[in-house]
Structure formats: structure tokens, C-alpha cells
Design a protein around this ligand. Structure first.
Ligand code: ADE
Length: 249
């Protein structure tokens, strides 16, 4: 997979992309990330990337020309049909694991990081195919949001995670059918008088799977009840969870 990132601060990506899973994905040629400085595509002697807003008002707006020119340079000679060009903006669609799963299937993505007060509307209208926000808060720029996306996408590229690290049972994954992940424990079996649930030491895989599923449901019901609306539960699971909720109230 290739990801091109258009931004004003490419150095921000250096360390995060040289660690852990992303580093490994790059080293095994499963991922090629190219960061570009929008400023390199300006033509005036001051390398101006922004300007005052038409109509007045505070702040500066990123100019469209260097962004279009840079994106078109990347697209030159490449099959751009269906290539997502994602603009990171607090006004975008909220990022979900479903969006990440869809993007991870693409061979080539372009991510555009906005900055300052805003970006010329023509970039939204005539260049970006998608606009994504990583949460309802405002960052100083799209770089951190692009890092979040690249990290989440990289884990889903086939071959990046070993079978031991599989993303199958992650919270929000298809493997857990939209439920949050169940609680996990490791040795020691008792730490400061806090013991691991005995079922996990029983060796009974069927019972362990049932316990984990129920814990996932309970966790989702208490922490993210709105997520449970999308999940299909068996009658037995429904009655178990309603008994539990009654006991907790
Ligand atoms: N740029 C600034 N804030 C952002 C956010 N919440 N998500 C994506 N890009 C952003």
C-alpha cells in the first residue's frame, strides 16, 4: 500500500513512522509512506502557503494552488480511479473502524493535512473525495490525525500483524461483531490479592469463549450502550444482560 501525505510539517512524521508496527510494515515493503511539504509547491520567493480570507475575519486560509499542484504531481501517471483523497478536518465524518477497514483495502491513498484557521473551500469541493475528523475536538493541524489514520490502517494490511497479534479480536473489529473487547489477564494469577477470574484458568475453552462473549456484551452495555443497538444477540444473551443490568441498578 502507498500513502502520500500532504502537509506543512513533514518532520512531525519522522519518529512515529520509525517505530513499532509502522516501521516493520515499511521494512517488509507492505507499506510505502511518502510525506510531502505543501510549501515546496509554492512559486513566490516567500513560499507563501496561506492568505487572508475573502470577506474578512480572523486567521489565515491555506491557498489552493500548491495543494492542487502537489496532488496532481502525485496522481500523474497513476491510475487515480477510486483513489481516496482524504482531507483531515474537524468538519469531516467521524473516523470509525469501518472507515479504516475500507481504506485498508485501497492500494493507494492521499491524505491532506489542513492547518491554521482553514483551507480554501475549493480543496474540499474539487479535490478531496472524503473528509474525516478523528474526534470532536480541534487539533492545530491534520498531521496528528493523519498519523492516527496511518497507524489504524497499517495494522489491517494483510501480513503486517503476526498471527499472535491478530487484529481479529480488537474492540470494534468484525471478529467481535461490533462489541468492545473482553477483559484480558496475564501472570501472575494473583497479584496483590486480586485474582484472575477462575474460569480463565480452567482450560475449558467453550466456557472461556462464553465468558468472554458475555464480558464483551456487558462492557459494551455499560461503557458504550449506543453500540449495542447494532449488535445481534441471542435470546439467552439478551436475558443474561438484562438480569445483569437489573442487578446493577
Ligand atoms: N484537524 C484539526 N482538528 C482535526 C480533527 N479533529 N480531526 C482531523 N483533522 C483535524
Amino acid at each position: 500500500m502507498r500513502i502520500d501525505i500532504l502537509c506543512l510539517f513533514p518532520d512531525m512524521f519522522t519518529s512515529p513512522f520509525e517505530q513499532s508496527i509502522i516501521k516493520r510494515a515499511k521494512e517488509s515493503n507492505l507499506l510505502n509512506i511518502v510525506t510531502h511539504n505543501i510549501r515546496d509547491y509554492t512559486h513566490d520567493s516567500h513560499h507563501t502557503v496561506d492568505d487572508y480570507p475573502y470577506g474578512g475575519g480572523p486567521g489565515m486560509i491555506l491557498k489552493p494552488e500548491p495543494i492542487f499542484e502537489l496532488a496532481e504531481t502525485i496522481q500523474h501517471g497513476v491510475d487515480t480511479d477510486n483513489m481516496p483523497i482524504v482531507l483531515l478536518t474537524p468538519q469531516g465524518k467521524l473516523l470509525t473502524q469501518k472507515i479504516i477497514r475500507d481504506l485498508a483495502l485501497q492500494p493507494h491513498l492521499i491524505l491532506i493535512c489542513g492547518h491554521y484557521e482553514g483551507i480554501d473551500e475549493r480543496v474540499h469541493e474539487h479535490l478531496a473525495t472524503d473528509e474525516i475528523s478523528i474526534g470532536d475536538y480541534v487539533l492545530s493541524g491534520g498531521e496528528l490525525a493523519a498519523m492516527v489514520m496511518v497507524d489504524a490502517i497499517t495494522r489491517l494490511i494483510p501480513g503486517v500483524l503476526g498471527s499472535e497479534e491478530s487484529a481479529k479480536d480488537d474492540s470494534h473489529s468484525n471478529g467481535l461483531n461490533g462489541l468492545l473487547e473482553y477483559p484480558q489477564y496475564t501472570r501472575p494469577a494473583t497479584y496483590r490479592s486480586w485474582s484472575v477470574p477462575p474460569i480463565l484458568l480452567s482450560g475449558n475453552h467453550e466456557k472461556i469463549a462464553q465468558w468472554r462473549k458475555r464480558q464483551s456484551i456487558l462492557r459494551t452495555a455499560t461503557r458504550r450502550p449506543e453500540m449495542l443497538q447494532q449488535v445481534i444477540l441471542s435470546c439467552e444473551e439478551k436475558s443474561w444482560i438484562s438480569e445483569r443490568s437489573l442487578n446493577q441498578n
